[in-house]
Design a protein around this ligand. Structure first.
Ligand SMILES: C[S@@+](CC[C@H](N)C(=O)[O-])C[C@H]1O[C@@H](n2cnc3c(N)ncnc32)[C@H](O)[C@@H]1O
Length: 429
């Protein structure tokens, strides 16, 4: 594809992302490229890189394009892409030549578009006049929450959260040592260094095609952020245990738990989403894991009631705002609304109450999120301990991109006292 054709495709993809504002951008992009199989892998990479750099700069681009316009003027994906190219160092004349109206190229910039772009000539993306939320690409409403959370470290944390994330792998010790996995990756030209905090992690340099490497296909490694691996470490699951992964999704943490249990004992992977649980099947097979059964939680499900008090460990990897993963999902930070946070905190406390009853006396409930917000983390645990008898907080884990170089994670380990009565919340999945 010519550079202009890639620009046109990036504009089309941004149009589709904007048209489906509640859908994650990577899901929209996957569907977009699936429908356009004629776009080869190099073009696909280039188009995605352009779209993702626009998404990462979205608030700053809006800020620039609002200068000299009524704040509510529509900002089209065409304008966003052209503005991005200019603030990346290209003069307006050069950008306008790419919008040539030729075959496969974007249509020519019209007079109104040129008027809005002209003031950007000679500028770069960042500007000292931008408010903090614009500069760091976060919604205005969340600034007080993050200020309360980070205090003087706010700016450093926000800067780390705006940078692209590295790619981390977890070595599957059921199949290989960390050294073996590194060697296998190197055979496919992939260089990876041991992570500093997780004993099972490898950090891959640059953007490398890990999923087509033999080490990935053969189940020697899984893609998993180092922070996620550390959350699994909190569970301290051992081979003889019975363990529930209550919000297992497609099994990212289930796989790591099975590894720490040396494929022995029993894991029940639960979730309310059948497609997500189904997604775990292929991964479990690839990793050679066979100590896992799946359980779909349905409304009115009596499973938690029947199995009350019978598990050594219950992991609640709760649905959350995902604020800790914003490095990977630049679109998610602009989609998040205050009402989403309010809904999630209610859901988290309901899940905690139901999952707590599965823990046997002396066993442990491990609560985790990939959120940076106190409402979903410490405050959630404080509220649980206030309303629930018989659990003691043993330790917490808090990870952030700036302080730890991982995604943002929170974890809390709660031990059920040996002689405590069963907690008794309402029946609900
Ligand atoms: C953070 S994700 C889990 C990610 C997964 N543990 C992993 O490591 O790949 C949260 C999961 O909670 C599930 N969920 C939402 N509501 C739930 C509920 N009431 N009970 C159990 N799981 C729920 C979602 O379907 C989602 O898969």
């Amino acid at each position: 594809m010519t550079p202009a054709a890639r620009t046109a495709a990036a504009i089309d993809l941004l149009d589709e992302i904007e048209g489906q504002p509640r859908k994650p951008a990577d899901a929209v992009a996957n569907a977009f490229f699936r429908d356009r199989r004629y776009i080869g892998s190099t073009d696909r990479r280039e188009i995605s890189a352009l779209v993702w750099s626009v998404l990462r700069a979205r608030r700053r681009l809006d800020w620039w394009l609002a200068q000299g316009s009524a704040a509510r003027d529509f900002i089209s994906p065409r304008l966003l892409v052209a503005a991005h190219q200019m603030l990346d160092g290209r003069p307006l004349d050069s950008v306008a030549r790419g919008f040539s109206g030729g075959r496969y190229a974007p249509a020519e910039l019209d007079a109104e578009e040129l008027r809005r772009l002209r003031p950007l000539d000679g500028h770069t993306l960042d500007h000292p006049g931008m408010p903090l939320a614009v500069r760091h690409e976060i919604p205005d409403w969340i600034v007080p929450n993050l200020t309360a959370r980070f205090g003087p470290a706010l700016e450093s944390e926000l800067a780390a959260l705006a940078a692209p994330a590295p790619l981390d792998l977890r070595v599957n010790l059921l199949k290989a040592t960390r050294d073996d996995a590194r060697t296998a990756l190197a055979r496919d030209g992939i260089t990876a260094e041991p992570t500093s905090l997780s004993p099972w992690g490898l950090r891959v340099s640059g953007r490398q095609a890990v999923t087509s490497a033999a080490a990935f296909r053969d189940g020697l490694v899984e893609i998993q952020d180092e922070g996620s691996q550390l959350l699994v470490g909190l569970v301290e699951a051992t081979p003889e245990m019975r363990v529930v992964d209550y919000c297992a999704g497609a099994g990212g943490k289930t796989l790591a738990l099975a590894m720490t249990m040396q494929n022995r004992g029993q894991i029940v992977a639960c979730d309310v989403s059948a497609p997500r649980l189904e997604g775990a099947v292929k991964r479990l097979r690839r990793a050679g894991v066979h100590n896992v059964e799946r359980h779909l939680l349905e409304p009115g499900d009596k499973w938690a009631k029947r199995r009350a008090g019978s598990f050594d460990r219950v992991l609640v990897d709760a649905p959350c705002t995902g604020t800790g993963t914003w490095r990977r999902n630049p679109d998610a930070r602009l989609r998040l609304r205050p009402e989403d946070l309010a809904e999630l905190t209610v859901k988290q406390s309901q899940i905690l109450d139901t999952a707590a009853r599965l823990v046997k006396p002396g066993g442990k409930l491990i609560y985790g999120t990939c959120s940076l917000l106190a409402e979903e983390n410490d405050a959630q645990i404080d509220a649980f301990l206030t309303r629930t008898q018989g659990f003691t907080l043993m330790r917490t884990l808090s990870l952030t991109p700036h302080a730890n170089g991982t995604d943002g994670f929170f974890g809390a380990v709660l031990q059920r006292q040996a002689s405590s009565p069963d907690p008794d919340p309402a029946d609900q999945p």
